[in-house]
Design a binder for this molecule. Structure first.
Ligand SMILES: C[S@@+](CC[C@H](N)C(=O)[O-])C[C@H]1O[C@@H](n2cnc3c(N)ncnc32)[C@H](O)[C@@H]1O
Length: 436
């Protein structure tokens, strides 16, 4: 039995016609949000509607799964202060550059002119040098394009001491998927499937993107809200140490249970820039602070400690999660083929949600609202009402349940081919409130 009341009659915003929740909406044209298309990113227009529905004139907005900072740009536009926490270091970097300008538009334009001039003299690297690139990078571009991209990367990397260089880095990372000649559609790259590149000249594309960044920086006036980006794990109370304990609201979208692997989704950018070269590097450098939401991240040890934590919680939500874990485990055992270990993901995921909700509760002002966009799921056909369970875990952490609004039906990503279940899944808006 659910511990939550039925939904209230309050009208929360449905998704705008121009875009749907997680399908990016106007993010590719919105200043700042257009710098990089993060597959998990909020639709800018939907976040704008959520913020408008809160009607906050001042205060601090928190996003404990800040990603590329779309909530932050919407908060700034409304004069609100913003604190974002994000575990993926590369994605947190672009959010920080968007929200905390570190160079002037003039500096970005000057460096971009310098790089254009150097590129005209030293346009590309010798194709022999390309053997040093990772397999994914080599397979994503034709040789000529890749030798130009690598040449541009060297020019930008040589300038990393300059304040504008990180902006040129992101202009170049944004260029990668523009000029790739294989399917690099989100969330997964498919280097075996060719496509016509959207743009053919990496230098021209880099320059266009750098100019777009300069224009967006120019559009900022100094009086808008202040922002802070924390790179780290929002499960850990230490990560929240510098965050105000009187934030006005939280607008966020947590990872969906087994939706996709955020580190893998950005492998092309990570590998190209050279921060990460192998899967092992990626697990160590990128994934280490991320909560477990996919089978690739799960482990027997984490399952055991999550089960122990749920048992110790001794509340209705924890008992429901434990029952679901058993039900998923039973289905896995009954399968003739090797099953994915969804029973390891679910307990770790919900324990993480509870920890984050507790941290959030400690950093919100009385009566502050929490708006989380999240979907449900059905591992091997076992229905997991994720938004409802998160709501109940939130009540256990001290929140009041306000509403659980269905936004739309969505496709599922559990199982593949013959494993695909028939359960209809939905995208939902969960609303909680910190009591007065
Ligand atoms: C659905 S995405 C949110 C994207 C964001 N709304 C945006 O507009 O870009 C969920 C994010 O949570 C991040 N994440 C996963 N585990 C985390 C953790 N323990 N602490 C903080 N962020 C985490 C993921 O890296 C991912 O970027």
């Amino acid at each position: 039995m659910s511990a939550l009341p039925q939904s209230s009659a309050h009208k929360w915003p449905q998704e705008p016609g121009s875009g749907r929740g997680r399908s990016h909406g106007t993010s590719s044209t919105e200043p700042f949000d257009r710098w990089f298309r993060y597959p998990a990113g909020f639709a800018s227009d939907y976040v704008a509607m959520l913020l408008d529905s809160l009607g906050l004139a001042k205060g601090t907005l928190v996003d404990c799964f800040a990603g590329s900072g779309v909530t932050g740009t919407a908060a700034r536009k409304r004069g609100l202060d913003f604190v974002g926490i994000e575990a993926h270091p590369l994605v947190a970097e672009v959010a920080r550059l968007k929200l905390i300008p570190m160079a002037t538009p003039a500096q970005v334009r000057a460096l971009s002119d310098e790089i254009r001039a150097s590129a005209q003299v030293m346009a590309k690297v010798d194709t022999k040098a390309l053997t040093a690139e990772t397999d994914l990078v080599r397979r994503s571009f034709d040789k000529e394009t890749l030798s130009r991209l690598v040449g541009l990367r060297r020019l930008v990397q040589d300038k990393m001491a300059e304040p504008a260089a990180p902006y040129l880095k992101w202009a170049l990372l944004g260029t990668l998927r523009d000029v790739a000649d294989v399917k690099v559609g989100w969330p997964y790259q498919r280097p075996g499937v060719s496509r016509k590149p959207r743009y053919t000249d990496p230098l021209a594309r880099l320059m266009a993107r750098a100019e777009m960044i300069a224009e967006d920086l120019e559009s900022l006036d100094q009086d808008r809200g202040a922002a802070e980006m924390v790179v780290g794990d929002s499960r850990d109370s230490q990560t929240w140490a510098g965050v105000t304990d009187a934030a006005s609201a939280c607008v966020a979208s947590p990872p969906y249970l087994n939706n996709f692997d955020y580190a893998d989704a950005t492998r092309l950018e990570l590998y190209f820039w050279g921060e990460v070269r192998t899967w092992a590097d990626m697990c160590r450098e990128v994934r280490s602070d991320m909560l477990t939401a996919t089978t690739q991240q799960s482990s027997v040890g984490e399952k055991a400690s999550a089960i122990a934590a749920l048992e110790a919680m001794d509340d209705e939500a924890a008992r429901q999660v434990l029952k679901l874990v058993d039900a998923i485990g039973e289905v896995q055992k009954s399968r003739s083929r090797r099953a994915k270990e969804y029973d390891r993901v679910a307990p770790a995921y919900f324990v993480a949600m509870r920890q984050i909700l507790e941290n959030l509760h400690a950093h919100l002002a009385p009566e502050a609202s929490v708006l989380w966009l999240v979907g449900d799921s059905a591992p091997y056909g076992v229905y997991v009402d994720t938004p409802r369970l998160i709501g109940e875990l939130g009540v256990g952490a001290g929140f009041e349940f306000v509403d659980d609004v269905q936004l739309r039906v969505r496709g599922n990503r559990w199982g593949s081919n013959t494993d695909r279940h028939k359960v209809v899944l939905s995208e939902r808006l969960l609303i909680l409130r910190r009591p007065a």
